[in-house]
Design a binder for this molecule. Structure first.
Ligand SMILES: C[S@@+](CC[C@H](N)C(=O)[O-])C[C@H]1O[C@@H](n2cnc3c(N)ncnc32)[C@H](O)[C@@H]1O
Length: 203
């Protein structure tokens, strides 16, 4: 079962990595994470007990088409995503249908029930309330917050007030020169040695 879970997650990673968004033209604001890299990162975090399968609550603060949440849902109790753009949220709904079909066809595990992607603004209290209504999860319950550069400093400011001590802030997309955030310490500048993911811890 554990092997099938890993095989499913890895297959999802390569499915989406063949369909990257925002990597050409002027739509860089919606660039998608490389899930092959994140697959290695999350496995390292599992081995360090920072991600505890079936217990960890993960929140992608600007989730795009939800691909990071889909991957993380195989490693977490909740993998929650928020996307502010309606047309991108619609892409999530479409991708989810496609991937569900693809997983069935390939005898892989279905998407876990702890996957929840919502349309909304991550900075809005209303969105936080909607998450709580749908999942029972409050911002204080979240173990790992995620962003791919977008609003990284603005989110950090919000999390300084809202996140629990000891929660993690995982920032994708900086390499070498990393930002610092008030209220957070830099725990690992380069998780899994990919020069892509930095991990901060709320003080
Ligand atoms: C760089 S993309 C990253 C998508 C996804 N996290 C990934 O790594 O594949 C950032 C996404 O955040 C969304 N976004 C920007 N501001 C937001 C906000 N205030 N609340 C929720 N989503 C937001 C954008 O529309 C975009 O889809």
């Amino acid at each position: 079962m554990k092997d099938l879970r890993l095989k499913t997650a890895k297959t999802i990673a390569s499915y989406f990595d063949k369909r990257k968004k925002g990597h050409v033209g002027n739509s860089g604001y919606r660039k998608t994470s490389d899930l092959g890299i994140l697959f290695d990162v999350v496995n390292e975090l599992v081995s360090r007990r920072i991600v505890v399968p079936d217990s960890t609550i993960f929140l992608d603060l600007g989730c795009g088409d939800g691909r990071v949440c889909m991957l993380m849902s195989y490693f977490c109790r909740w993998a929650i995503g928020i996307e502010v753009e309606e047309f991108i949220y619609d892409e999530y709904l479409y991708s989810k249908k496609q991937i569900e079909h693809f997983l069935r066809q390939n005898n892989l595990l279905p998407l876990p029930s702890g996957l929840c992607v919502l349309l909304g603004d991550s900075l809005s209290e209303n969105t936080h309330r909607t998450i709580e209504e749908k999942t029972g999860v409050t911002m204080q319950d979240v173990d790992i917050f995620y962003t791919y550069i977008t609003l990284h400093d603005v989110y950090a400011e919000m999390l300084r007030d809202k996140a629990k001590i000891g929660s993690y802030y995982m920032v994708y997309g900086f390499s070498g020169i990393l930002p610092s955030y008030d209220g957070f310490s830099l725990l690992d500048p380069d998780v899994s040695g990919k020069r892509t993911v930095a991990l901060y811890c709320k003080k």
